[in-house]
Ligand binder design. Structure first.
Ligand code: SF4
Length: 213
């Protein structure tokens, strides 16, 4: 199977089987999503979802969050990974939203990456989830799954993988393909032992092909 054929097969499969794939983070508006995505670095969405209601209740806007002190916010974040840095990032991010963006979340990758705690991956998530922009966030799941399937070839960095993926995936599906690959990596093509026997795309998977020849 050629790489192009793998893409076609996999896109068809997910369009049929996961047409409404979306983020598992719970949020109501771009500000809440940005907070949740910053908190989700090196942490499960499940744990983030347990943490965010109290944060959103106490700090419903960027303006309110910008006035939080470290000691006020830290206890709400204590149970997730890297609470020190994330507390600082959230307050810094909120301050910058207020100072530079009138308290609103900007919707370009170049503006978003100026915010504390926001790298290219986070900026791609925000713009693709909120605005359906054709930006592919490559996290550890997307990176691993894409390489295993054979969607990416010899990509050594997330940016290299991102460039290959957006070259082959139709523009209007990129925002969705991100969730397809993440969820597949989270529940089926898991890091230690992929569940190939129950995988619906094994016919198009390079890893599976090699295992069986
Ligand atoms: S066949 Fe196995 S390695 Fe390939 S995508 Fe499915 S679970 Fe992952």
């Amino acid at each position: 199977m050629t790489r192009k054929e793998r893409y076609t097969y996999i896109i068809d499969y997910f369009q049929k089987n996961a047409p409404n794939a979306e983020t598992e983070l719970i949020y109501d508006n771009p500000y809440q999503l940005l907070v949740a995505v910053i908190l989700s670095a090196q942490c499960t969405d499940k744990r983030v979802n347990l943490t965010t209601p109290a944060i959103f209740h106490r700090y419903p806007t960027a303006e309110k969050l910008s006035k939080a002190s470290f000691d006020e916010l830290f206890p709400l974040i204590r149970s997730i990974s890297y609470p020190n840095n994330k507390t600082k990032h959230l307050i810094g991010m909120a301050n910058m939203l207020v100072e530079n963006f009138e308290g609103n979340v900007p919707m370009t990758v170049s503006e978003l990456i100026t915010l504390p705690g926001v790298g290219r991956k986070t900026a791609n998530v925000i713009t693709s989830v909120v605005d359906e922009q054709p930006n592919m966030a490559v996290d550890t799941h997307v990176f691993r799954v894409s390489a295993r399937i054979g969607l990416t070839l010899n990509a050594t960095t997330p940016l290299a993988a991102e460039k290959q993926l957006i070259k082959f995936i139709p523009k209007n599906l990129i925002h969705k393909a991100h969730h397809w690959l993440i969820l597949h990596g989270r529940y089926v093509c898991i890091a230690r032992k992929p569940k190939c026997d129950e995988c619906g795309i094994r016919e198009a998977c390079k890893y599976f092909e090699k295992l069986n020849h």
